[in-house]
Design a protein around this ligand. Structure first.
Ligand SMILES: Nc1ncnc2c1ncn2[C@@H]1O[C@H](COP(=O)(O)OP(=O)(O)OP(=O)(O)O)[C@@H](O)[C@H]1O
Ligand SMILES: [Mg+2]
Length: 404
């Protein structure tokens, strides 16, 4: 560009003002050129600087990674002081004063668990131990079971609602009358009669936090930690009052104490003792209700049944004829049935059926129709299904007899 301007041949007869203009332009050009030069220098400097920072960044990232990789120790924050944070290491119980960034300090509170490195700097804060493990138990979404889907046990449903739901919805009522609200109910009865369903319906109905744990999980999921888990369970409930704790298959932890001294039994017993003591600490338990369920009532340790622990023992029996009819209706709601299907007579025929059996009969009846290339389910399909299911049950019993 500059060349072109330099090389321009100026005509001699150019007047003075033209000359001046050109002169001015030339000067301007020089200024711009020198500015350009300066900028180029600055750019080079900046590039060099950038390189330096890039290298520094890499080094720090690497160091940071190494710091995080080396095993970290767990400590608990004791105190936030002007001079730093006092932590106490787990294991050796040694206390130490350590400094933290402003940012991290804002997140810390006494009793928080943190991870520290070799030089006892806090690398990160850890989630609360209780919460992490107990979160597994908390049911965030209500299970989709409603009372309307449970047939034949109306009285029991009423009783559960009265003991669990009402005190949660209307705690003032009990104060007015001057009695303590009931603490918990135990549902017991043969398999497949709707006990678990009932607890789920309660969960669905109430706004309280619903925390569910199966007895077998308490014992088997975290071996050696059943007792701690029970404590966590109640801690979690206390943190989220009002809450309902549902312990399904409670027989797994509350079976009669046996003479045997195997470690498994000792573990189960520790778990149960913890449960008993949590249930007894009722005054401090606040707005928490307990629902427990079992199909092995005979196996339960009497200690768990003592007054003050469960206020109500609710038997959930197999349905009677009327109940069976209702359950048939419930489970065939979305089925394409022939008009001739008569639930009353089906209910008469399925004397020993539980709710779960009836559900199975309905599904199986549908299968019979499909096999027969029909879209409509006939009464005979239900009869055949019941026969098949009974047959399977006796087969199962035969099998288990041969194996034992
Ligand atoms: N009273 C009932 N009304 C409608 N359906 C029922 C009823 N009882 C059982 N069922 C059906 O059987 C299934 C199993 O029932 P549920 O799990 O509630 O039995 P349970 O009493 O908890 O048995 P278990 O003692 O073996 O745990 C339910 O999902 C439902 O489909
Ligand atoms: Mg159940």
């Amino acid at each position: 560009m500059t060349d072109t301007v330099d090389n321009v041949d100026l005509p001699y007869d150019e007047d003075a003002s033209q000359q001046e203009k050109i002169e001015a332009l030339r000067e301007r050009l020089e200024v711009l050129e020198s500015q350009n030069e300066e900028m180029r220098d600055k750019l080079l400097d900046a590039n060099a600087e950038n390189n330096k920072y890039q290298q520094k960044l890499e080094r720090l990232t690497h160091e940071n990674k190494k710091l995080k990789q080396s095993p970290l120790f767990v400590a608990t924050v004791q105190e936030l002081t002007g001079e730093g944070v006092i932590i106490k290491q787990h294991g050796n119980n040694q206390e130490a004063l350590t400094e933290v960034t402003e940012e991290m300090r804002e997140d810390l509170e006494p009793d928080d668990r943190v991870a520290v490195n070799n030089s006892l700097s806090i690398v990160k804060s850890l989630d609360d131990e209780t919460d992490v493990r107990a979160r597994v138990m908390q049911v965030d979404e209500s299970p989709g079971v409603t009372y309307g889907e449970i047939g034949g046990i109306q009285e029991q449903i009423e009783e559960v609602r009265e003991t669990v739901e009402m005190p949660l919805k209307n705690p003032g009522m009990f104060d007015d009358v001057g009695i303590d609200p009931p603490s918990g109910v135990l549902l017991y009865g043969p398999p497949g009669t709707g006990k678990t369903m009932m607890a789920k319906a309660v969960a669905n109905q109430t706004d309280a936090t619903f925390i569910k744990m199966a007895g077998s999980e308490l014992v088997h999921k975290f071996i050696g930690e059943g007792a701690k888990l029970v404590r966590d369970l109640f801690d979690l409930a206390r943190q989220h009052e009002p809450a309902v704790i549902f312990i399904d298959e409670i027989d797994a932890i509350a079976a009669k104490r046996t003479e045997s001294k195997t470690s498994g039994d000792a573990e189960v017993q520790r778990t149960m003792m913890q449960l008993l003591s949590e249930m007894d600490g009722f005054e401090e338990r606040g707005d928490i209700r307990i629902i427990a369920a079992t199909n092995r009532f005979d196996m339960l340790d009497r200690a768990i049944l003592r007054p003050g622990r469960f206020d109500r023992l609710i038997e959930v029996p197999k349905p009677d004829a009327e109940g069976r009819e209702q359950i048939f209706q419930i489970h065939t709601r979305s089925m394409n049935l022939a008009e001739t299907v008569d639930f009353a007579s089906l209910a008469e025929e399925t004397t020993e059926a539980s709710g779960a059996d009836i559900k199975a009969i309905c599904t199986e009846a549908g299968m019979f129709a499909i096999r027969d290339d029909r879209t409509e389910v006939l009464e005979q399909d239900f009869v055949d299904a019941w026969e098949k299911i009974q047959q399977e049950e006796t087969d199962d019993e035969d099998v288990s007899r041969t194996f034992h």
